[in-house]
Write a protein that binds this ligand. Structure first.
Ligand SMILES: [Zn+2]
Length: 178
């Protein structure tokens, strides 16, 4: 049976993984590309994405990557948290009550900052439903891919044991025996 990643951490994961560090390919390497990604992933139609919003989102992506790295053993980055707080101000997330009396955090902005707001809102959801700690960044320096740790004891450190984990093990083996 395939392992399914819950929706909230999956959105954050997909956002962080718009940049593939190993190959250098970036799905949101321009405001136009970011607009396309937002339309495809969030179903939000935008007229355009301005340069400033694009910069903020690129920074937020890397800050989120740094924060997720703390789930796989790295120290929590304070500069990353500060940047996320700055970015959050632009996102303008507000509580929204529906007719049934249920409140959710919704971004006020209808543009790119709103998309960032929805990603931040997914972070809050993941933190409250216990899935946040499972969202990690691969321990391999040249990979740093975001992945959801499905393991029972939540001890995963590499995106896929087959590729990165084995590569790291081979390196350690060579260092010890070479
Ligand atoms: Zn990896």
């Amino acid at each position: 049976m395939p392992e399914i990643t819950p929706a909230a951490p999956a959105l954050v994961m997909d956002f962080v993984n718009t940049l593939d560090i190993e190959t250098g390919s970036d799905a949101i390497d321009s405001p136009v590309a970011l607009r396309r990604w937002i339309e495809q992933r969030l179903g939000t139609r935008l007229r355009s994405v301005d340069e400033a919003a694009w910069h903020t989102m690129i920074e937020a992506r890397e800050s989120l990557r740094d924060v997720l790295a703390s789930h796989s053993g790295a120290e929590l980055s304070r500069p990353a948290l500060r940047q996320l707080n700055r970015a959050g101000k632009s996102a303008e997330i507000r509580p929204q009550w529906d007719d049934a009396g249920t409140a959710t955090f919704e971004p006020h902005d209808a543009g790119a900052y709103g998309a960032l707001g929805r990603i931040f809102s997914a972070v809050v959801t993941a933190q409250s439903d216990g899935t946040w700690d499972r969202l990690k960044v691969c321990w391999a320096e040249d990979c740093r891919y975001a992945f959801y740790d499905h393991s029972k004891n939540r001890s995963g450190r590499w995106c896929t044991m087959r590729v990165c984990g084995n590569r790291a093990k081979t390196r350690t083996y060579r260092e010890r025996h070479g």
